[in-house]
Design a protein around this ligand. Structure first.
Ligand code: GLN
Length: 550
């Protein structure tokens, strides 16, 4: 079996400087050279997965096709390398300890001490090697979470050090990302933290092959040469990463520093040029977008933008593909009432109710949804947003005043749970046991607008009837109410193949009132945005500018 070249990405100084995006951009460049790329994150957290981590602390939970709950870096990877990843793409130390200790309990190490080296380090190395090999990758990028020097990451760094020594020359490369702070008082960029970080890495037995210098300002050749001299890395292999107008400009920026040539040289491969046209076109769209549209984001996590990272990003990217700019306005739903909704929504061109769990803020979301329906404002509901759309319709059109979801009615006060748990889910007791997670088939109904749309954007061939969308939710539309809704012209455009689960709903007499039980943001890619987002934007454009869709 083919063994991929492994690129390990480490970082230092502080979080939030874009290591995930940088690693992903390296992946995008290698993809643009025509290679198969696999990406993986090894994280120091003791959580077994990201599913139970609060979005307030850790940003969005990103779900892969196989239903693995990961963090937003895996989303960056998938989007930049345009490849579906899987459970092997993320290992937390919690998951690894769990596996090792379970093996010990089952007697796998009888008679031996179980130690960090060699037992944990061997487990880590095997997880890295197996993932890249089973993905059939040419290049396998491994991001080490946290910063060099964190206690919980030491064994990860030690394991990749061993990997380099064990595999053939040129099979493992080390890329290191540091931050160059700017001192306002002396008006200079400081390189000392970078020098120290390389020293720290060397103490751990790792020599970086390529150094990325992240800064908020342009980095002069002088700084680059100073870092090169102090760290003993050729200046061509020291790549400045100033803040660029958009994260989608990073692949082209790296290409301009001949990164792929360096990788080919370090690995003794013959040079392939990256084909960057699509990235260049996207960047041109971004820089030429002048007209701005406004979307109200009415979500459970209020103004915490990172909780909806994929959704935000993909709404924006879809706009860029259409040549517009979008400004997302994050509103706290618990602040929305019948008396202020008109003022709050007056300047909004569209309303989106994103995903969420629990009942906090639900009434505000329902009011926003009602406003969208009654005032012909384009509305996009994503997962919870679809449940909100059904509840709003039940209350205000069908007259079921107490309509709600079983999720929000802990005391069982309502007679109308239009959203509920399926019979077969009710007996599950484990927190995540009832979740519908990962990719599920959705069966289209011919003649529906949304079906035509998937075909128009090439997401569904003319003869196909099934698409796959990713899910992460527990509650479903209650089929007892289906006839009642349909008699009032509410359309269930897509269902599960056996017809029992509602996947998508729309209102035919509204310019765009559409919601999906799935998470289209998990499948949208910068070079190929999801059709629902494009359509939402087209609807807003038609409503506000009276122009035809492209
Ligand atoms: N809380 C809802 C459910 O569990 C919606 C979840 C979501 O928006 N992902 O079904």
């Amino acid at each position: 079996m083919k063994k991929p070249i492994i690129i390990v990405v480490t970082w230092w100084v502080l979080s939030g400087i874009g290591k995930g995006i940088t690693a992903s951009s390296v992946g995008a460049l290698l993809r643009a050279c025509g290679y198969n790329v696999f990406m993986q994150k090894m994280d120091g957290y003791l959580n077994v997965d990201a599913g139970t981590i609060n979005p307030y602390k850790h940003g969005e939970c990103f779900v892969t096709d196989d239903g693995t709950e990961t963090d937003l870096d895996i989303g960056h990877y998938e989007r930049f390398i345009d490849t579906n990843l899987n459970a092997q793409s993320i290992y937390t130390m919690g998951k690894l300890y769990h596996e090792l200790i379970s093996a010990e309990r089952e007697g796998s190490f009888l008679g031996h001490d179980v130690q960090m080296i060699p037992h944990m380090s061997s487990l880590i190395k095997s997880k890295i090697i197996d993932a890249g090999v089973s993905a059939g990758a040419d290049f396998h990028i491994v991001e080490i979470g946290g910063t060099v020097g964190d206690i919980e990451n030491e064994i990860l760094i030690e394991s990749v050090r061993q990997l380099k020594a064990e595999l053939p020359l040129g099979q493992v490369l080390f890329f290191h990302l540091t931050y160059i702070p700017y001192l306002l008082a002396s008006k200079e960029l400081k390189t000392k933290p970078t020098q120290n970080s390389v020293k720290d890495l060397r103490k751990m037995g790792i020599n970086p092959d390529i150094l990325f210098l992240r800064a908020d300002y342009d980095i002069s050749d002088e700084i680059r040469q100073k870092v090169s001299m102090m760290c003993g890395i050729h200046d061509q292999y020291v790549i400045p990463l100033p803040t660029l107008p958009s994260i989608y400009a990073i692949p082209n920026h790296l290409a301009s520093y001949n990164l792929t040539q360096m990788i080919h040289t370090l690995t003794n491969l013959s040079v392939r040029e990256p084909m960057m046209q699509k990235w260049t076109t996207l960047c041109n769209h971004i820089s030429s977008a002048t007209i701005t549209k406004h979307i109200a984001m009415v979500g459970k996590y209020g103004t915490l933008e990172d909780a909806y990272y994929s959704l935000n990003e993909w709404l924006k990217v879809a706009w860029f593909h259409c040549g517009y700019n979008v400004m997302l306005h994050f509103l706290d739903p618990w602040e929305i009432s019948h008396s202020n909704v008109t003022t709050l929504m007056h300047d909004m061109n569209g309303i989106c109710v994103p995903w969420g769990f629990g009942k906090r803020g639900i009434e505000g979301m329902i009011i926003a949804c009602q406003y969208a329906r009654e005032n012909n404002i384009p509305y996009l509901g994503v997962c919870l947003g679809s449940q909100v759309m059904a509840i709003e319709f039940a209350r205000n059109v069908l007259g079921l005043e107490d309509a709600t979801s079983a999720e929000f009615d802990e005391e069982w006060l309502s007679n109308n749970h239009v959203i509920h748990l399926m019979e077969n889910q009710k007996h599950q007791t484990k927190k995540w046991g009832t979740m519908r997670l990962g990719s599920y088939p959705c069966h289209l109904r011919e003649g529906k607008k949304v079906t035509d749309l998937y075909r128009r954007f090439g997401w569904l061939s003319s003869w196909a009837t099934i698409v796959h969308e990713r899910h992460r939710h527990r509650y479903e539309f209650n089929n007892q109410y289906r006839d009642m809704f349909e008699q009032a012209w509410f359309v269930f455009s897509w269902t599960s193949p056996d017809g029992t689960l509602i996947e998508m709903m729309e209102l035919p007499d509204h310019p765009f009132m559409l919601a999906t039980q799935a998470h289209p943001e998990f499948l949208s890619r910068p070079l190929n945005p999801h059709p629902l987002f494009r359509w939402f934007i087209e609807a807003i454009t038609i409503m506000t500018k009276n122009i035809s869709p492209s």
